[in-house]
Design a protein around this ligand. Structure first.
Ligand SMILES: [Zn+2]
Length: 323
């Protein structure tokens, strides 16, 4: 059963928002656009796995894009398949060209258009995921189950090179996404012993879903952008460049003449994705470029934003902006 699909990733929306609020000639644009492209490729890879999921045993529980808190950190898994006998985690890679697992220095690199680039080694990535998932299961008092791993390349043109020693059974299986259904079947034969009773499995499924925390990036810190660098005001949702002005009880774009009653909602959302998901009336006025405290208050109330703490004096109220 496919119990969790891929989230619409918040980091992509955050990066797009950041680009929309930086001047056209800002020096950060190139790095941000590169990061965005990388994440989009990753997402395309994860999505293309969907084709193979219906071929899996539908009595098992399939999760995609799961992120769980463990201690002070998180474990993020592109794919998790829960069976009564084992848990299989999959790291999904969408990399063009030739990828090489080098056993001597434990490196991983890709060759593409005559260029060589060293990348984080997926073998270490899945090892960390395994350790953290094990920790999460122990923290939540589940019985010990074997945790197995897979590294899946979703671009069928990717050439994978690895030394023969990688055939060892202790290593994760590496291959193209199409090996997923047959690998699960093979593992089921290797691990036939039931470790989780049905009620424990159900509890685990529920807890995995409930514990999932979507990733959010500190997007400004990541690129060294400060609030002063951002374009303030309510950006026009149509032409994306005009700064809207108050027009009766609505907003109007001086650029394309678009009138939008709820344009401020997007701007407040921008604030949450870029800066923080809570704000005072004054902080929002500064970001939205609204001089009237009264107008701002009305807008906040119209959005039914909840207060972080019980109502005190109007000035110090902190409102929570949902994602
Ligand atoms: Zn416009």
């Amino acid at each position: 059963m496919h119990v969790k699909t891929i989230d619409e990733p918040l980091p992509l929306r955050q990066l797009n928002t950041l680009l929309s609020r930086l001047p056209k000639n800002a020096s950060w644009r190139k790095l941000i656009e590169e990061d965005l492209a990388k994440r989009k490729a990753g997402l395309t890879g994860e999505n293309s796995l969907d084709y193979y999921l219906p071929f899996l045993d539908q009595n098992d529980f399939i999760f995609q894009d799961l992120r769980l808190p463990t201690g002070s950190t998180f474990v993020q898994m592109d794919l998790l398949i829960l069976t009564p006998a084992f848990i299989l985690i999959g790291e999904v890679k969408n990399i063009a060209g030739t990828v090489t697992f080098d056993s001597k220095f434990q490196q991983f690199y890709r060759t593409y258009r005559d260029q060589e680039q060293t990348l984080p080694n997926p073998l270490f990535q899945v090892q960390r995921q395994k350790n953290r998932l094990l920790q999460w299961l122990q923290e939540n008092r589940y019985p010990i189950v074997p945790i197995l791993s897979l590294i899946l390349f979703t671009d069928s043109r990717t050439r994978i090179l690895a030394p023969d020693s990688f055939q060892s059974s202790t290593l994760p299986t590496i291959g193209h996404a199409e090996i997923l259904p047959s690998t699960v079947e093979t593992l089921k034969k290797q691990y036939p012993k039931t470790k989780l009773r049905p009620q424990t499995t159900n509890r685990l499924v529920e807890q995995l879903l409930k514990s999932h925390r979507p990733q959010r990036i500190a997007v400004m810190e990541k690129f060294g952008v400060t609030c002063a660098d951002l374009i303030k005001g309510i950006l026009c949702p149509t032409c994306k460049t005009g700064i809207m002005v108050r027009f009766g009880r609505s907003w109007k774009c001086p650029n394309c003449a678009e009138v939008d009653r709820t344009a401020h909602v997007h701007a407040i959302q921008d604030y949450a994705w870029l800066i923080k998901n809570e704000a005072t009336n004054q902080e929002l006025r500064h970001f939205l470029n609204i001089s009237s405290r009264h107008v701002m208050k009305k807008l906040i109330h119209s959005m039914h934003l909840s207060l972080k703490e019980p109502y005190k004096s109007g000035k110090n109220n902190i409102y929570i902006i949902p994602d």
